[in-house]
Design a protein around this ligand. Sequence first.
Ligand SMILES: [Zn+2]
Ligand SMILES: [Zn+2]
Ligand SMILES: [Zn+2]
Length: 432
Amino acid sequence: MAPSEDIERFESTGKGRGLRALRGFKVGELLFSCQAYTYVLTVNERGNHCDSCFARKEGLSKCGKCKQAFYCNVDCQKGDWPMHKLECSSMCAYGQNWNPSETVRLTARVLAKQKTQTERTPSERFLSVKEFESHLDKLDNEKKELIQNDIAALHHYYSKNLQYADNSALEVIFAQVNCNGFTIEDEELSHLGSAIFPDVALMNHSCCPNVIVTYKGTVAEVRAVQEIDPGDEVFTSYIDLLYPTEDRNDRLKDSYFFTCDCKECATNQKDGAKLEIRKMNDPPSPQAIRDMVKYARNVVEEFRRAKFLTDLPPSELLEICELSMEKMGDVFEESNVYMLHMMYQAMGVCLYMQDWDGALKHGQKIIKPYSKHYPAYSLNVASMWLKLGRLYMGLEKRTAGTKALKKAIAIMEIAHGPDHHYIAEIKKELEH
Ligand SMILES: [Zn+2]
Ligand SMILES: [Zn+2]
Ligand SMILES: [Zn+2]
């Protein structure tokens, strides 16, 4: 763990508390790391990753009771028991009907942890879980209702093993988890789980962040992606930076209750390219452009709902992507972020269907504009190079594959650090 003389908590003008560097940091340098206060492996990755240390490997051993948690060895199993016991017998009892959301699962673990852990943990050097912002007063009725549903699910699935605080205290904890929780992703940005990293949650947001957060198992690592001078505030990004200023701020307002005033938001420098309009002899009218942006935002939302809330077959998801791209293509360039959004979704569906040529075709179109729209070191760009590289390699296109994998490594050496096991794995793929 980095000595705490390198960074400190401070009052950031207009932003409340924040994190500040006390010395200079070079690009790629580690500022600090933070073990998860608590975490949970996502249901879909059970059996692929150890529930305790998140290691990805074959031949993990099952929990003998529920047969739904998987571990490297007895040590991992023992280490996880204080958390797994919240779910083990409940999963046996409910069987197929056991389906609390990941937020509920994570919050149950926060409650259990708070019961047993009364002293400040090493994950809370700068900010403790108790101090988390809840923004409870800013929640609208819809959000409050979602929290009440979560509380009901908590009572339903976890009551045997947890004693609860009263409803208003639970409301605060759910609100805190909602705006301070992290999702853990793998090197291709696939979702692995959710976690609480208190010290990481202290950092404020910027759309031109000077650090990136990556994960090594259940440890978060924070590295500089811009030169940081002594006294500089440390900024991470809370959101996907692909989108134009207005969309980013809608997202920030909705999830984190503030409007960003970073350089990117003040100047809107990249918005023109992000909303690139087709060059035509008879260019679309301003009204036609506005209408198409409105359509694009709706279709993004429509697709999200279709993907997560319905069981539409992949072929129909793909059709939404294709039809919307065809329509948007009348007005937008292919480099337009709404086109890219649907291309990315289409690529995801192709990967899911193991249509490697289809996935590659989309990925090849995405990578160049991605590199332009995102900051210099971006996990979105790295993971796109990685997916492309792996697709090329799988399709025996070694020259293109090698080039793409090396592009991924170049970004990851800064963002993940050169010693990360993901990089060692990609280097092995290069040798084959
Ligand atoms: Zn393990
Ligand atoms: Zn079990
Ligand atoms: Zn911003």
